[in-house]
Structures are given as C-alpha cells and as structure tokens.
Write a protein that binds this ligand. Structure first.
Ligand SMILES: [Zn+2]
Length: 127
C-alpha cells in the first residue's frame, strides 16, 4: 500500500483514466482521418513533381500514424497499470512516480531519475 505523503499532490486516478481514454480516442480518430486522406492521395494522378510531393506527404503521414499508434500503445499500457494498481510505480526503482509527471505524461513508466538513466543507457546501446 502507498503511504499518503501530504507533500505529494494526490493523483485523481479516475480523472487521469478518463483523460487517457479520451486521448486514445482522439489519436485513433486522427489516424483514421489520416488513413482516409492517404487512400484519396493514392487515387490522385499527376506528373513526377506531384508524385515526389505526394511521396513526401505520404511518408510524413505514415510517420504521424506510427507515432500516434505508439502513443496509443503506451496509453493502453497505462490503463492496464491503473487496473493493476501499479500506475504510480516506477518500473525500475519501484518508487512512486510524482503525480504531476503522470498528469503530464500518463504513459510514463519511470520516475524522472530512472528515465534519464534509461535514456543514457539507450543512447549508449544505440551508439
Ligand atoms: Zn525510478
């Protein structure tokens, strides 16, 4: 059980949960719209310059779809963590992640310290 630290802002889990759910819906709607636009682009015919422009546009849209999908994935995991009552636990040091951080980034799974250590390790790993 978590201790109630009065210095720590209390996290309204229900509020965060509905926030996450609406963000997921927003992102999925955005992706559906982008996919719809992509399917229309494919049907357009043009010269080579148009094609190059379209390719760039296509890649950009694909990137935004992928980014949104990744975010949705992280947010779905956050919902699972809320369900399991591990939402506020840092996955590395098991300390409580500050409420403000989870409000800003509900898909965060580490406290700020562990996240920066993780990022340094990742950078080294990736060279
Ligand atoms: Zn930590």
């Amino acid at each position: 059980m978590k201790s109630n630290d009065k210095n720590n802002m209390e996290l309204n889990i229900q509020e965060v949960k509905s926030q996450i759910e609406s963000t997921i819906l927003e992102l999925e709607e955005m992706n559906n719209e982008t996919r719809f636009n992509l399917s229309r682009v494919e049907k357009a015919v043009g010269d080579d310059a148009d094609k190059a422009e379209e390719d760039r546009d296509f890649r950009e849209k694909m990137r935004s779809i992928n980014q949104n999908s990744l975010k949705v994935k992280g947010l779905r995991k956050a919902l699972v963590r809320i369900q399991n009552d591990t939402f506020q636990d840092c996955q590395d040091c098991l300390d409580e992640i500050p409420a403000q951080r989870l409000i800003d980034r509900p898909d965060a799974t580490r406290c700020v310290e562990c996240e920066s250590i993780f990022e340094i390790k990742e950078k080294r790993r990736l060279g």
